[in-house]
Write a protein that binds this ligand. Structure first.
Ligand SMILES: [Zn+2]
Length: 180
């Protein structure tokens, strides 16, 4: 099983344009729902192919499980949006809550769900000045994420390009095998 046989290669410019677009969208959502916390999910796919039918299927299964997980934790979901861009699928939800453990719940999901380690789940809220504030691992003094191939800090492996695209894809294919 190989998830990477189809898809449209993305350039660095495509990815940077998408990053700007995502920032704009998040700001706009928080402006519209200023008392909510915003959760954004992307899937971290190495290489120039960022999406195709298999990747979208895995992403949809994971985000559907995430929505159920939020509800199981008694969180009130105000708004959900999914986008299927050639740069990769995106999921956004606004949560109506002042609870300060939402990021921690997201980290748990990244840890225990079968493909959670492929997901980037970010949590944002508006500060008093109306600026977008990211609630990250530092906020809870939690250690950084581990690489899903070798368990070292993921940032180190990304920076040093420790693993080839082929090795990363092989690992992702294994993680997703039973889902597609
Ligand atoms: Zn590694």
């Amino acid at each position: 099983m190989d998830m990477f046989l189809t898809g449209t290669p993305q350039t660095l410019l495509d990815i940077l344009d998408n990053k700007e677009e995502r920032e704009r969208y998040k700001l706009q959502q928080l402006a519209e729902f200023p008392t909510c916390q915003l959760v954004s999910i992307g899937i971290n796919i190495p290489g120039d192919i960022k999406t195709n039918e298999s990747i979208e299927k895995v992403f949809n299964l994971a985000t559907e499980a995430f929505e159920r997980y939020l509800m199981d934790n008694e969180l009130i979901i105000r708004h959900v949006r999914k986008k299927y861009n050639p740069t990769g699928p995106e999921f956004y939800t606004l949560i109506d809550s002042e609870r300060n453990d939402i990021k921690r719940l997201c980290i748990n999901f990244e840890t225990f769900h079968q493909v959670g380690r492929l997901l980037d789940i970010d949590v944002y809220q508006r500060d008093e000045a109306g600026e977008m504030l990211i609630i990250d691992r530092d906020f809870y003094n939690l250690p950084s994420r581990r690489c899903y191939v070798c368990q070292k800090p993921a940032k180190e492996c990304t920076r040093a390009k420790t693993h080839s695209i082929d090795d990363l894809r092989t690992k992702i294919n294994k993680m997703c095998q039973s889902l597609i």
